[in-house]
Design a binder for this molecule. Structure first.
Ligand code: SF4
Length: 358
């Protein structure tokens, strides 16, 4: 395969075929750099040298009756994960301040559970209004299943984006979860789009899916026209049903990112959970394909310390994207040095990506 020719066609606005998508997933090891370089041309054309940093807070942990096989917050898991009800508004606002500290573009409020209760929704929307008054951050909420009325409440509070991952292909979904369906997830994404909020939906790779199912998922997300696609790589947490499922390699992770870039060239592609664990020393190469990462910890697992990620970004010549006016940090968070980063930011355990998908 001539990867630059493929990139040329993508840059002309042509869609790659399923056969070509399969070829990307099966790119030989000795063609990896050529493939990444071709994807970088696409990434640079649509996203320049910016990288969006997203910081999340696990606002409610564990206590979930759903049975998602990748998730340590499910009733099925025996992981000893922290269990707590919805954090106070003060904690959510403090999380936003810390997101500012680490140059985040977007602050993601995530709760465990099938869907939010009316009381939880009111609590979160009130906190979002406070955050919006204090900080120039984009706010993304990941709250589980949502209907039109719930999306309207989020939109009215100023929520910029809602995340709800498809996670895997439709014909693999039953292998991962039995308490809700792939269609439930699609319905939520469509409600988000109807409500005029930016949509975020992505993948968890490494759950026993086939290459064809990864390609299906990439095309499904293209067809749904979601704005942002987080690509998670399963951290097989002991005590979860998928705890023994481990076969990903750094090469595999990179070609998966390349696939999502080439199928969804204009969209925000985020290297999400599992970045440090699976990409290991090849993480910098991922920045030439994706234009977004999480910074700090995940929902229930640790991420890299933010200073290290900011160093990697600077070393590769990329620049953190800022939300409007976010460079005026001192106006919003007096006393904070922009790079004054504390380890263990919000004091709570945050989940790995996998768990970032109620
Ligand atoms: S991913 Fe969400 S819905 Fe599924 S078990 Fe975990 S917290 Fe519950």
């Amino acid at each position: 395969m001539l990867w630059n020719d493929l990139a040329d066609r993508v840059l002309r606005g042509e869609a790659i075929t399923r056969d070509e998508a399969m070829s990307v997933l099966n790119a030989p090891v000795d063609e990896l750099l050529e493939l990444v370089a071709a994807c970088y041309r696409v990434r640079r054309h649509y996203h320049g040298n910016r990288i969006k940093l997203n910081m999340l807070i696990n606002a409610k942990s564990g206590l979930c009756a759903e049975d998602c096989g990748y998730c340590s917050q499910s009733v099925l898991s025996q992981t000893g994960v922290d269990r707590y009800t919805l954090q106070s508004a003060d904690v959510l606002v403090e999380g936003a301040r810390q997101a500012m500290e680490v140059k985040s573009h977007t602050y993601c409020i995530v709760i465990s559970g099938r869907r939010p209760t009316p009381r939880e929704l009111d609590h979160i929307t009130a906190a979002v209004r406070q955050i919006k008054q204090k900080f120039p951050l984009r706010i993304c909420c990941c709250l589980g299943l949502l209907d039109d009325a719930e999306v309207q409440k989020l939109q009215a509070a100023g929520v910029d984006r809602v995340n709800h991952n498809l996670n895997t292909a439709e014909d693999h979904y039953d292998e991962v979860c039995s308490t809700h369906t792939y269609k439930d997830r699609v319905d939520t994404i469509e409600a988000v789009k109807r409500g005029g909020i930016s949509s975020c939906s992505g993948a968890i790779i490494g759950m026993g899916e086939t290459d064809a199912q990864i390609v299906d998922l990439a095309y499904s997300l293209r067809d749904l026209e979601v704005d942002s696609i987080p690509v998670n790589f399963l951290i097989p947490i002991a005590g979860t049903p998928l705890g023994g499922t481990e076969y990903l390699t750094p090469h595999r992770c990179l070609v998966v990112l390349c696939l999502f870039r080439l199928v969804n060239p204009t969209k925000e592609i985020r290297i999400a959970g599992g970045r440090e664990y699976h990409l290991r020393s090849l993480q910098p190469l991922g920045l030439y394909v994706a234009d977004s990462i999480f910074i700090g910890d995940y929902l229930t697992t640790r991420g890299e310390v933010p200073e290290k990620d900011l160093e990697m970004i600077a070393d590769t010549g990329f620049v953190p994207a800022t939300a409007p006016d976010a460079t005026k940090i001192s106006e919003y968070a007096p006393g904070i040095a922009p790079l004054g980063i504390k380890e263990g930011s919000n004091g709570s355990q945050r989940s790995d990506i996998a768990l970032r998908t109620p």
